[in-house]
Design a protein around this ligand. Structure first.
Ligand code: HEC
Ligand code: HEC
Ligand code: HEC
Ligand code: HEC
Ligand code: HEC
Length: 368
């Protein structure tokens, strides 16, 4: 046989194998407790591209400067020997002792891996923080499509309701209590099949869920939030200007089942500007925040034992702000936005780049 033909035959055989999936057996081999995220890329490229920009991929001290700054402060204040944050921020790392951090570098870089989330079998409730119970089978992933969807490359279980009703998020997001028995953060949930964490934060977007079998849409894996794709969530916050005699109201309606912002480092801000012609004649600002601390003073979460102030807009709350200004013949511009890190805290932690105001929604109202 001529060498060129032989080459062609071998090459086609390899290609055929790749497409048939049998050549994937080796690349699908799972080393350690969880498959690595890079092993999913080949077939779930669209999902991976979104995930790469998500807070779940950037949950590590290496990729999240805010997390790093707070962890460093915690570490020195508590003289920590263990990366206790790893339970939620790097859950595939089994041994969180700092002396071993070099050894588990690869697992640390996996952050909140594809395979980890897709093997959450159940959530066990605890007062301190909930716990994820992991399916004891490597290479088997929970999905939510109808049972007809099959992958010959890995097993799928599509009957576990928690991956559809959002309860799968509650192992890490539900709440966290500190050493004083004080709940430092909490996400209220009202999960139903119709509306839950997944329907709002992982809506179906264009593009196939895998490169193998075409689906018109797939669940968004960028996890819309304050850092990534906030505009996706803007429709769940209504902002209205309501004129009255001699004054007006600005109404903010939070449709989320949880407080508008959850992390204690954040703050929301309402800005209202009143114009006559082109001239700005009045500007009103209001901050909404939850401050935790001790003895009436703000403190880091590990010291706090009480809520010092809580003006944050609550779950499903309609917050009304009254502004004493007659708007007849004037124009009102109202904006609701937020700081990822409150400016004062940002200064303290050297995180000024996160103290820029992001506008979530803006409305204009004109009265002749
Ligand atoms: C060689 C290709 C291939 C690789 C690699 C691969 N998958 Fe899949 N996966 C598929 C196919 C095919 C489907 C079926 C979906 C379809 O029909 O489009 C699927 C479906 C899924 C589903 C959805 C099931 C449902 O019912 O909603 C999940 C979840 C999933 N894969 C997770 C993973 C994870 C996690 C990895 C990496 C550890 C991975 N996959 C790697 C091919 C692959
Ligand atoms: C029980 C799970 C859990 C543990 C344990 C945990 N976190 Fe988190 N952390 C979360 C969740 C969930 C979020 C995102 C939700 C939010 O914004 O409220 C988050 C967000 C953060 C943020 C905001 C990140 C940003 O980019 O704005 C910081 C900072 C943070 N965590 C620090 C820590 C530190 C430091 C530790 C360890 C001392 C820790 N966390 C332990 C669950 C946890
Ligand atoms: C009705 C839609 C809706 C549902 C349901 C919902 N959220 Fe949200 N979520 C929002 C909105 C709106 C925001 C504020 C977004 C912003 O400002 O970027 C938000 C913000 C967040 C944030 C960021 C808060 C912060 O301080 O950084 C996290 C984390 C979050 N949601 C988690 C969850 C979890 C977990 C669930 C399920 C219990 C859930 N959400 C259910 C709409 C929703
Ligand atoms: C934080 C948890 C989490 C992470 C991390 C995660 N997923 Fe998912 N994934 C889910 C949930 C929940 C669903 C179900 C969404 C639904 O039913 O709308 C899902 C759905 C899917 C689907 C089916 C999509 C559809 O529209 O039916 C595939 C495929 C998938 N994930 C693959 C991956 C891959 C690959 C990665 C990593 C690049 C990944 N997931 C990371 C939670 C996660
Ligand atoms: C293994 C723990 C874990 C699970 C499970 C998990 N998350 Fe997260 N999530 C985190 C952590 C930790 C962060 C913060 C990462 C950071 O910024 O450092 C986060 C961040 C987020 C954010 C961004 C918050 C912000 O401030 O913008 C959203 C939105 C979110 N998660 C939604 C979800 C949804 C929806 C699910 C369920 C499908 C889910 N998460 C499951 C741990 C988890």
């Amino acid at each position: 046989m001529r060498p060129i033909l032989l080459f062609f035959i071998i090459k086609s055989a390899i290609l055929a194998n790749i497409f048939a999936g049998s050549a994937t057996t080796k690349s699908m081999e799972i080393k350690g407790d969880f498959a690595k995220t890079k092993q999913c890329i080949r077939c779930h490229l669209d999902i991976y591209e979104e995930y790469k920009n998500s807070p779940h991929f950037k949950s590590t001290t290496k990729n999240d400067p805010i997390h790093k700054a707070v962890w460093e402060a915690y570490k020195s204040a508590k003289n920590a020997k263990k990366y206790v944050c790893g339970k939620c921020h790097t859950p595939t790392v089994k041994d969180l002792r700092l002396i071993n951090s070099q050894k588990y570098e690869e697992e640390y870089n996996e952050a909140i891996a594809c395979a980890y989330c897709h093997r959450i079998e159940a959530i066990k409730e605890h007062p301190k923080a909930n716990e994820n119970i992991i399916l004891d089978k490597k290479g088997v992933y929970y999905g939510t499509r109808n049972p007809q969807i099959r992958s010959e490359y890995h097993k799928i279980i599509n009957t576990n309701l928690i991956h559809k009703n959002g309860d799968t998020c509650m192992g890490c997001h539900s709440h966290k209590q500190n050493g004083n028995g004080f709940v430092v953060c909490k996400t209220d949930s009202n999960n139903t099949l119709e509306q839950n964490c997944i329907t709002c934060h992982m809506p179906q977007v264009e593009g196939s869920l895998s490169d193998r079998v075409n689906t018109p849409t797939h669940a968004f894996h960028g996890f819309a939030g304050v850092k990534n794709n906030p505009k996706m969530l803007a429709k769940y916050v209504d902002l209205k200007v309501i004129p009255k005699n001699g004054y007006f109201l600005v109404e903010i309606f939070n449709h989320a089942p949880h407080k508008l912002l959850l992390h204690p480092m954040r703050a929301a801000k309402l800005i209202v500007e009143i114009y006559k012609g082109e001239k700005l004649i009045k500007r009103v600002e209001q901050i909404f925040e939850r401050v935790i601390g001790k003895d009436g003073k703000p403190t880091p979460p590990w010291v706090a034992d009480s809520v010092i102030k809580d003006s944050m807009i609550k779950a499903k709350e309609k917050r009304v702000v009254k502004i004493d200004e007659d708007i007849k013949g004037k124009r009102v511009v109202a904006k609701i936005g937020y700081y990822i890190v409150k400016p004062a805290l940002a200064k303290k932690f050297n995180l000024e780049e996160f103290a820029k105001l992001t506008i979530l929604k803006e409305v204009e109202f004109k009265r002749d």
